[in-house]
Ligand binder design. Structure first.
Ligand code: HEC
Length: 248
């Protein structure tokens, strides 16, 4: 082969390897904000699915619950579609491929948490198994954050789990949200000179949270933590997401 075609081939290979990857990693600010919002919805959809299946997960009479990672995944995909009208499995036609990749990574991390919990979930003779939306959410968020420059965390002002302790920024926003009389939308802000997006999606208590977080305050709930004495509609905490601009 003469040197000239070799150079062409080399250039072609370099183009394929470098240029598309570069273009693919750059989300605009608006796209980054959309990615954060959709990530919070994926994590929350997982929480909702665990909550919905809690009676079967906690059923002491049943061994195999058939709450497999695949069943869980399908329900999360359905829940996500209901909330966003986006099919998570074909999201690349409506969101940038980098966003689709992040959503898929979180879905995978969520599925793995359910997969690892199969032994616990399928135990017969035990009712409460400590596999609840909060423990699921913390684990899925941690697993995802280890594999990505994007960080997801569940947090609250007075957390039960110290891993969920808010940083100064999260504390400020949680106080702000507590002061609001009604449920509000996510709070999204560019910080550190516009290099990091921070999004806080508030979580509010519904009736079924109160078996653990409700009254009487201070009395231990089934998970062994003192109840918070919370009311329906009060702020429970938030899903906190941080996306650095260069988050490849
Ligand atoms: C079965 C008892 C139980 C129920 C029901 C329950 N939680 Fe929790 N919640 C817990 C436990 C236990 C933790 C600590 C989990 C951990 O170790 O990460 C927790 C943690 C949390 C956290 C993370 C901050 C922290 O305290 O560590 C939030 C936010 C939260 N719960 C909100 C809710 C909401 C909203 C609901 C209803 C949709 C709910 N919980 C239902 C027991 C419960």
């Amino acid at each position: 082969m003469t040197p000239l075609p070799k150079i062409f081939i080399l250039c072609g290979v370099l183009f394929l390897l470098v240029i598309p990857r570069h273009g693919w990693s750059q989300l605009t600010k608006a796209e980054t904000e959309q990615a954060a919002e959709l990530l919070a919805i994926v994590l929350n959809a997982g929480r909702v699915v665990i909550d919905r299946n809690q009676p079967v997960i906690n059923d002491p009479r049943k061994g195999d619950k058939n709450f497999t990672p695949e069943v869980f995944e399908q329900q999360v995909v359905d829940e996500f579609r209901q909330q966003t009208h986006i099919d998570l499995r074909q999201a690349s036609s409506v969101v940038p491929s980098r966003t689709k990749e992040l959503l898929t990574l979180l879905l995978l991390a969520s599925k793995e948490v359910v997969s690892d919990a199969q032994f616990v979930i399928n135990q017969r003779g035990i009712g409460y198994k400590n596999f609840i939306p909060a423990t699921f959410g913390s684990q899925a968020a941690r697993r995802f954050s280890k594999r990505s420059k994007v960080t997801i965390k569940q947090t609250a002002l007075d957390p039960r789990n110290l891993h969920n302790t808010p940083d100064a920024y999260e504390r400020k926003i949680l106080l702000q949200l507590t002061a609001q009389p009604t449920a509000g939308p996510p709070i999204s802000e560019w910080v550190d000179g516009g290099t990091t997006l921070r999004v806080m999606t508030p979580l509010y208590y519904s009736e079924d949270c109160l078996t653990c977080h409700g009254s009487p305050k201070g009395i231990l709930d089934m998970s062994g933590y003192p109840r918070e004495g919370a009311q329906v509609g009060a702020l429970a905490g938030a899903i906190s997401i941080q996306i650095p601009v260069d988050h490849r």
